[in-house]
Design a protein around this ligand. Structure first.
Ligand SMILES: [Zn+2]
Length: 284
């Protein structure tokens, strides 16, 4: 996250508002479903087994949107997020337990809504957006953070989506009704389930990754980032570390750092789906 993401968010805001601080949440109006958007879809890697789950990994920024800058490297946030996303895809593809798609695999620009729209069109089971933090006024700030959607934001989201009432859309397999009140309940149920699963995944990721690389003390935060807005796909935004902290940026910009982040992600993603398939089959 950085000033540019805030600037993009601000475009959708009716009035200026500061970024969310610890324990706070923010609300933004957005285009809620958007699954009807067209365009070519990215390739999906193969995996073993019957109907393997699909993870969509989103490298933050790209093209004309470079993201945050670092005083310690020429590389911009968009380059660092892409390198981490590619390392995650390679680690997951080599393991072969889940399918993977990237919203971008090169340096091109995508609007925020298109990132989760790609995930919805592919029928993704998990969405992970990769970013790197910056705190130019505080070079001591360091460590990774996991963001999930705030509840306040999701209520607003559900209301907007219900208002729109597009009967051709489906939420979590339930066809939307012509009755906006029924839609509101269906969408709200799907969103709440997604938020619970997102928080479960955030805890798993922390468990798998915290022994390997540093997290902030308040490692799980809530915000209404546009990329987290698919109501029926569990979604997290991962801030991999601070570009304004020399130790952090040296690590996340190194082959070893990328490899370790990718491995921590892979273990968490595979554990997440193993756990969910056990639940679905009644095993645990
Ligand atoms: Zn960012």
């Amino acid at each position: 996250m950085d000033w540019l993401l805030y600037a993009l968010v601000a475009i959708f805001w009716p009035s200026p508002a500061p970024p969310a601080g610890p324990g706070q949440s923010v609300t933004i109006p957005i285009d809620p479903l958007g699954s009807e958007a067209g365009g070519p879809l990215p390739p999906v890697t193969a995996a073993r087994g019957e109907n393997p789950p699909l993870v969509v990994i989103d490298a933050g920024h790209g093209g004309q949107d470079p993201g945050a800058e670092s005083p310690f490297t020429e590389r911009r946030e968009k380059d660092i997020t892409l390198a981490i996303a590619l390392a995650m895809r390679d680690a997951l593809a080599a393991s072969g337990r889940v399918r993977v798609a990237l919203t971008r695999d090169d340096d091109h620009y995508l609007v925020l809504e298109d990132r989760y729209r790609i995930a919805r069109r592919l029928g993704a089971d998990l969405f992970i957006s990769i970013h790197a933090d910056a705190a130019p006024e505080n070079d001591q700030a360091h460590g990774a953070t996991i963001y999930t959607l705030s509840e306040v934001a999701s209520d607003r989201e559900a209301a907007l989506l219900a208002q729109r009432q597009n009967a051709s859309n489906q939420i979590a397999g339930a066809r939307l009704s012509n009755d906006p009140n029924v839609n509101l309940i269906l969408i709200d149920l799907a969103q709440r389930e997604s938020m619970n699963v997102s928080a479960d995944f955030a805890r798993l990721l922390y468990r798998e990754a915290a022994p390997v690389f540093p997290f902030r003390p308040d490692w799980h935060r809530f915000a209404a980032f546009i990329v987290l807005k698919a109501p029926d796909i569990p979604s997290i935004l991962f801030e991999s570390g601070y570009l304004t902290n020399e130790t952090d940026v040296t690590y996340i910009n190194s082959p070893q750092g990328r490899r370790e982040i990718a491995e921590g992600m892979r273990r968490a993603i595979e554990a997440h789906f193993a756990r969910r398939s056990l639940r679905t089959s009644g095993g645990a």
